[in-house]
Design a protein around this ligand. Structure first.
Ligand SMILES: [Zn+2]
Length: 372
């Protein structure tokens, strides 16, 4: 007959379980049970104090295992031998387990201690020293040179009244010079006075200072100025300017030239010569442009990035303070004369640091700024 079903198919009755025979708990079982419980407790012991408590409870003078060994005397001779052997083996095993647990806990403690510790052998991280922006440095240098010559540094408001920025510097509304100085206007008033604008030069401080002081005056005025300007490589809508003003009895063009020549020598080198060319600014008469001979080439190198072969670099406008401005300040223009000058700090910083685009100064690109 072919065998359609494998052997042990569901049709066959299940095999019978072996008959249940209750097992007697013997003294040897008791030793095994004590050891099992002790090992479990040992795993839960988390520090030296817990280990000591465990040792006392299991292996100590009145410990559980010690109790079994003590009770051996009351057992029948053959059982005593068997139980004694088991108990001694359990004792050795538990002592070894205690030692292993102790080592493990100490190693973990050491590791935890070193993990949070300061490694004094680790080399320090370098601290990068910051430095001043090249325009700020140039501004400070210019200001300090004039301070050494006896000029006092003063600052004025960046948001200025039209009156100070233009009117009282002899630039009335509709004056063509205003075209050069288009700026941002502010739609508010100060002490009921307006219009307000972002100053186009630091020259308003000439008027503000003369209002408050009597001659002799020697001031240098550093600060930010603003222009409503389409930006390109040589024009920014914000620039730094340094203004100079001296008013005293008997000041002449010679004092102006001597002061600026000394400035040029301190700023660009002791060999520098200066040249004054006639120019026009509404608040001076006469007005000049001051140029310094090129400090980067012999003066005739067409590839020179500073003078482009011209040999001269214009660095500022200057002139004798217009008598009308002195009169408006309440000074007697027959007795007092004065000179003034103004220079763009970026225009001086650019050739010195070899920067060809003024816009780079204010883009805050650290790759650019870290070069200086
Ligand atoms: Zn040159």
């Amino acid at each position: 007959m072919p065998l359609w079903f494998p052997q042990g198919s569901p049709n066959l009755p299940p095999p019978k379980p072996p008959p249940y025979t209750p097992r007697m708990t013997t003294a040897v079982d008791q030793v095994a049970e004590v050891e099992r419980e002790a090992r479990e407790a040992l795993e839960g012991a988390a520090d030296e104090a817990a280990l000591e408590a465990w040792r006392t409870r299991v292996l100590g003078r009145s410990g559980t295992l010690t109790g079994i060994l003590r009770g051996l005397g009351g057992l029948p001779a053959e059982e005593r031998r068997e139980v004694g052997q088991a108990a001694n083996l359990a004792k050795q095993a538990l002592e070894a387990a205690l030692e292993a647990r102790q080592d493990a806990l100490r190693a973990a403690a050491r590791e935890a201690a070193t993990r949070d510790a300061i490694d004094v052998t680790l080399p320090g991280r370098p601290v990068r020293r910051g430095r001043l922006h090249p325009v700020t440095r140039t501004l400070q240098e210019i200001t300090r040179i004039f301070e050494r010559m006896g000029f006092q540094a003063v600052e004025g408001p960046e948001v200025e009244l039209d009156e100070y920025n233009f009117e009282r510097l002899r630039i009335p509304e509709h004056h063509p010079a205003r075209d050069m100085w288009d700026t941002f206007w502010v739609d508010e008033e100060v002490d009921g006075r307006q219009p307000l604008l972002l100053r186009t030069h630091t020259s308003p401080m000439q008027i503000r200072f003369m209002e408050q002081h009597e001659p002799p005056i020697r001031i240098v005025v550093p600060g930010r100025c603003y222009r409503y300007e389409a930006t390109d490589a040589t024009h920014e809508w914000m620039l730094q300017q340094v203004e100079l003003l001296a008013v005293d009895e008997g000041l002449s063009m010679a004092d102006l030239k001597g002061t600026l020549q000394e400035f040029a020598r301190q700023m660009f080198g002791p060999q520098r010569r200066v040249m004054m060319r006639n120019s026009y600014f509404p608040f001076v008469e006469p007005g000049v442009e001051l140029a310094v001979d090129c400090y980067a080439c012999p003066g005739n190198d067409p590839t020179c990035s500073v003078c482009r072969g011209a040999g001269w670099v214009e660095i500022m406008g200057a002139g004798m303070v217009h008598p009308e401005i002195l009169e408006a300040a309440g000074y007697d223009s027959d007795r007092y004369t004065g000179f003034a000058a103004g220079m763009g700090v970026e225009r001086i910083a650019m050739p010195r640091y070899g920067v060809e685009d003024i816009r780079l100064f204010y883009q805050n690109d650290l790759r650019f700024l870290r070069q200086f």
